[in-house]
Design a binder for this molecule. Sequence first.
Ligand code: AMP
Ligand code: MG
Length: 514
Amino acid sequence: MPSPDTAASGQTAPSHEDRDPIGFRFDNTYARLPERFYARLNPTAVAAPRLIRVNADLSRRLGLDPDALASTTGVEVLAGNRIAAGAEPLALAYAGHQFGHFVPQLGDGRTNLLGEVIAPDGARYDIQLKGSGPTPFSRRGDGRAALGPVLREYLVSEAMAALGVPTTRALAAVTTGEYVLREAELPGAILTRVAASHLRVGTFQYFAAQGDTEAIRTLADYAIARHYPEAAQAPQPYRALLDGVIARQASLIAQWMLLGFVHGVMNTDNSAISGETIDYGPCAFMEAYDPAMVFSSIDRQGRYSYSNQPHAAHWNLARLAESLLPVMAQEAGSEEAALAAAYEALAAFSTQFETARTAGLRRKLGLATEHPGDAELAHTLLGRMAANRADFTLTFRRLCDAAATPEADREVRTLFTDPAAYDSWATEWRQRLQQEPVSAQQRSAAMRMANPLFIPRNHRVEEALEAAEEQQDFQPFEQLLDVVTHPYEDRPNLERYATPARPEQRVVQTFCGT
Ligand code: AMP
Ligand code: MG
């Protein structure tokens, strides 16, 4: 058992376990990387941890016993009051461009990576506590998280997982029995986050900014081994790593776009090398389709608006490419060759993104075959949805029925301020559907798997967060979680979760809450 130093000021030393009662079998590779990659540091114990919930399905997938996690000992581990055997808590170093401005040192200011576990399926996952106390990277922050944002991340990340989008996961949430000072005093909480890794574009930038080519190589080799093992066999492994990250990001952003998801803070430090969605802050799903939609209170320029997301991702990937140039130059033989390779890699993003988006739009429209006019057909619909404030999720969901029978058009057209805008499009769509070989029933069923009925609608999220914050009532959170983690299932009596906010219920702005 290594002994992490507890040098951070004012730390309460958590108790240590020799034998892990939870069943974590840690195998920590990041902690074996050079010391300048992180700070070794335990979480800071909290006053009175209480369990909100354990994600039982995910625990089992990780080979952990959910009952043990929910036990008194388990909750102490989830709160950072006890260090599980084999954990080697770290705060990771990284940099990042925040809204375009480079910050050479950000790092984990309020999280501790406990370690890595290997799931029964062989996959390696990071187990991280978020809100677990100050670290050397905290700057002016308190190292803590408020209950509301913890529940938001829990809900939205689990919804994304259920929607089939690569994402970090929520293993558990606890309240701390302490208050955190934000715009007001708010109850504190800690999220246990599970991720394929916490490598970020900003992690590469951290070393690039220091001119530390050796660290870039070490990090790139680590990323290849962990996420892109096939790149190791490529003639130019670092170029292959860049290609791999670009491909996964292109596919990820396409999936966000196909669901009406707005991440809100696509800074390079919130851009994962694994291709997972990470760092859920002021994120939200839109209701009425509006390409310019921005929810985040801090995104005043609309840098990370819905339709800017592919550009933002491309920009972030360009920062990754820049950071990799020194090691790419070594393998390519010259700086010029590396630069050419980087441009070539980046140029592929748009095509990959558009291809993924068009394929997704085809699935959403029930088109199993490919025809040249498909993208245009889809974009015509989107244009009319935007002009007519049609609810993004419901429009596509109701098209599943309309694909089987024109009688169901009634339910779609009412979503458009001018229903005729839908009618004329539907005529074109039906002509196109005639070229499809599958039966109407098969088509409808396939469409139901591409068009969710339930997304975490903002007003329902706010309602759940408020009940938890103000009345310690977690029932609305539990109910909403149950609904959004079964997004494609038509279940009775859940209309309130499927319908858009009425004007007076609308939540148009979300806050980082950090
Ligand atoms: P985020 O906006 O959550 O991606 O965080 C950006 C940076 O601010 C990261 O370096 C975080 O670790 C840090 N940070 C956010 N909230 C806090 C906090 N309450 N205390 C300390 N650091 C924080
Ligand atoms: Mg972040």
